[in-house]
Structure formats: C-alpha cells, structure tokens
Design a protein around this ligand. Structure first.
Ligand code: FRU
Length: 327
C-alpha cells in the first residue's frame, strides 16, 4: 500500500524524541518495561468491525517489522470510552516512547491529553478531537473530501433530483461530522435533492438494518441511501431486500470504507452502487512511531491518506490492487 506522506529525511544526529525522554533512566515506576527496548503502545477503539480488523492486522504486521527496535503493546477498548481512558492511563504508567490511539470518541480526551502533557508523543489515528491540539500528529483520511465526493456521485446519479436517506455514524465524532458536512455542502448546490437526516446507527450493520426496517414501513419513496460507512449501507440494503422480496426498482446505495470483500462483491452484483476507500492508518502510524523513536519529528501535524471511489467498473482493479480486504 502506498501512503502519500512526506516525512523529513533522517537528519537528526542526536537520538532523542519529543516526549517521554525520562522513560529509561532515573525512573522510580515499578512498571518500567523489563527490557531496554523502547515501548510503543496502541489503543484501538474497537477490534470488532471489518474496517478495524484490517486496521489491526496491518498495524501488527508493521510493528512486527520493527521488533528489533521496539516492543509493541496493543489493547482493544471494545467501543467503550471509559475502558479506553483506563487503558491509556495504564499505558502512561509504562512510559511508552509513543502512544498510538484511535479514539472511541471525545470521551477519551482527558487521558490522551494527560499522556501528551506527560511528554509522550501522541499519534491520533482515524478519529481526532475537534478543538484540541494536544497531539503530535494525526493520520487518517479526509472525511470532508470523502463526503463531498459521495455528494457529487449521488447528485450525478440522481440527475440532481430525488430524495436521499443519510444513515449516520456515531454522533459528534470527527468522521461523522465531516462525512455529513462534505455531503451537505454539495447537496446545497442541488435544490432538487432532499436529504433526510437519518439516525445515528453507530457505524453498525445491525443498527442500520433495524433503522431501515422501521423507516421503510412509513412507505416514503427514496432514491438513494448514503451510509456513513459500508456496514450501515449493507444493513440498509438487507432491510430493503427483505421488504421487497420480489425485487423492483431499488434506490442507489453508497457507503464508505471499501475494506471488505463482501462490499466489492455486492458492488459487482449491483446491490451496492459505490463506496469510497477509507484507508486504514495503522501501518503509517507505526512507521511514524519508528521515526519519532529515532529522533525525527513529523513534518506535518495532519497526514492525509488518499481515497478513491469503487464502482462496478473499477471493482476488479480495486481487488487486485488491495489484496488484504477483510474476508
Ligand atoms: C470502524 C469505523 C469505520 C469508519 C470509521 C470512522 O469502527 O466505523 O467503518 O470508517 O470507524 O471512524
């Protein structure tokens, strides 16, 4: 996988990093790692859904390549901000050289800011905190741009007329705000399209399926379902199929992530129309952690990974170029 990240060449003559320098010497902490190897920790928001399974696998594979340079400890918060705060607090005691974290939501800001204030370089992955700059670097996709691209695709497919049901991700987190915001920006230029702002379905297939079941019972005509991720677009499509056993003209279905084989198969069979790649940031996070340990500083505070649209026309090429899709 290619990441478009510009990083400074290794100019630093001194080995040292921007935080957590006291970790190896003069510490009184009883939980200092027993080996002299540096420690890199990673707190994952949840390890259950397909996108995060790919994310975890890529992160672990990248860390394994650096096992000579640092130990790697990864913990799953199971979607619970309280649990994630505890995980980060426990990590802080271990004085890691870098904290990688993909936050569940803004509820984990306190422990992340505590880590940053303690001098530990913090790399935020995928979700950031609106209005806080207590982090060393952010790596993720440009959700506003993805929302805009989804809007352009939908406007074109609907010829500027129709009704869109937008099924939303976890309220108040960066990706949801931006996937909605970018999309609505484009919709504002298309007065012939009405957007129904659907519920927060937590980025989960089952929640979106139940929501769509109830929505369809109202009998309102819709021309498009825009899910803030593929899992929700699939859930909505399953509900549509169950409510329309003899087929008939279906709305178009658009999602985001493009990380699983099932989605590509559904696009090929015409059940979903398009998705947008939301690149997983774990491998880039580990590489940046390795550089920080060597004494380099990130050149950019925000490192944006590229997206691309996947449709029936591009599905085969996408599969060839992305052999690690979740099965
Ligand atoms: C996985 C996920 C992805 C989505 C991302 C947004 O937990 O919901 O489907 O793209 O998180 O933060």
């Amino acid at each position: 996988m290619r990441f478009e990240i510009g990083l400074v060449a290794a100019l630093a003559m001194l080995v040292g990093c921007s935080g957590g320098e006291e970790a190896k010497t003069g510490t009184t902490g009883s939980e200092t790692p027993s080996t002299e190897k540096a420690l890199v920790v990673f707190s994952q928001a949840n390890s259950q859904d397909p996108w995060r399974k790919v994310f975890d696998a890529e992160t672990k594979a990248a860390a394994a390549k650096h096992q000579k340079h640092f130990e790697f400890d990864m913990q799953d918060a199971a979607g619970d901000p309280g649990k994630q705060n505890n995980i980060v607090d426990t990590f802080i005691v271990k004085q890691p050289k870098v904290l990688l974290i993909s936050p569940t939501d803004d509820g984990v800001k306190p422990s992340v800011e505590k880590a940053f204030d303690a001098g530990i370089p913090v790399i935020l992955l995928d979700r950031d905190f609106k209005g806080s700059d207590k982090f060393t670097a952010y790596i993720g996709g440009d959700n506003k741009d993805i929302g805009r691209q989804a809007g352009e695709y939908v406007a074109k497919r609907l010829n500027g007329k129709g009704t869109v049901l937008m099924i939303q991700g976890i309220a108040q987190i960066g990706p949801t705000i931006d996937r909605r915001g970018g999309f609505m920006e484009v919709m504002a230029k298309h007065p012939g399209i009405t957007v129904i702002e659907g519920d927060d379905c937590g980025y989960q297939r089952q929640k979106a399926r139940s929501y769509m079941e109830t929505f369809l019972q109202k009998g309102q005509k819709i021309d498009c379902v825009y899910g803030h991720n593929d899992e929700m677009a699939i859930g909505a499509r399953l509900a549509w199929d169950a409510a329309n056993p003899s087929g008939g003209a279906a709305p178009i279905f658009v999602g985001i992530d493009a990380c699983q084989q099932e989605v590509v198969d559904l696009i090929k069979s015409g059940k979903l129309d398009a998705t947008f790649k939301y690149p997983t940031p774990g491998a880039a996070g580990v590489e940046l952690a390795a550089k920080i340990i060597k004494g380099e500083k990130p050149t950019e505070k925000r490192m944006i990974l590229p997206t691309e649209i996947v449709t029936k026309e591009t599905a085969d090429a996408y599969m060839t170029a992305n052999p690690n899709l979740a099965k």
